[in-house]
Write a new protein. Structure first.
Length: 219
């Protein structure tokens, strides 16, 4: 398994959601993926699988582990109309201050990324429009679910990175369609924050849901 350099999150390491999606692709159905260390880019990683579980190593170092998820499906974060998501996105906090401005998913300095800029809603949720790219895949759906949840807890001067993510992907949206992704912060304990995110299709149907744990880091 190789995480290509364009799919970075923080500089020099893989975007958490994209990496989790690559790992989850080795399992059938919903999965829980835990990132054990910053995923290296453009590096061949060894993947070992057993019944219902996966481990990814960089040499002797464990980069990520995953298991099939048989727990409760994450709750859906309520949606908003596409126009409201566009309006919320205009207030994206990352335009003013972003801990990782070249992130493949939400980095405002990227011209070749997903271009997801989740802005705040009055009740604390985030929302962003997503114009689905031609190369959409289940892995990109995992990536798209990542940052909209994270930005429900991210604040200036308090960067977080993805630690664990569980996703249920029911369907991949057709290329070129207009979708909405929402996120919500549901709890914190110490350096850990728990968030939810949901992908809605162009008809307003739920296509995927995720629950994630983000970890506050020092810069």
């Amino acid at each position: 398994m190789i995480i290509e350099a364009r799919y970075n999150g923080p500089p020099g390491s893989g975007n958490g959601g994209y990496t989790a999606g690559l790992v989850a692709a080795h399992l059938e159905g919903p999965a829980e993926v835990t990132l054990r260390r910053p995923p290296p880019l453009d590096t061949p990683l060894a993947v070992s699988t057993t019944a219902g579980s996966v481990q990814v190593h960089d040499g002797d170092a464990l980069v990520a582990s995953a298991r099939a998820d048989s727990g409760e499906r994450p709750d859906a974060v309520p949606s908003v109309p596409f126009a409201a998501a566009v309006e919320a996105s205009a207030g994206y906090l990352g335009f003013a201050a972003h801990p990782f401005p070249t992130c493949f998913v939400c980095g405002p300095e990227r011209t070749d990324g997903l271009g997801l800029f989740p802005g705040p809603l009055p009740d604390g949720r985030t929302a962003t429009p997503w114009r689905v790219p031609a190369d959409v895949s289940p892995v990109l759906v995992w990536a798209a679910l990542d940052c909209p949840g994270g930005w429900s807890v991210l604040t200036e001067g308090r960067p977080y990175v993805l630690g664990r993510m569980t996703a249920h992907v029911d369907a991949v949206p057709p290329p070129g369609t207009e979708c909405v992704i929402t996120g919500r912060h549901v709890g914190s304990e110490g350096r850990k924050a728990s968030v939810l995110s949901t992908l809605y299709g162009p008809g307003g149907d739920v296509l995927a849901v995720a629950h994630a744990t983000w970890i506050a880091v020092d810069r």
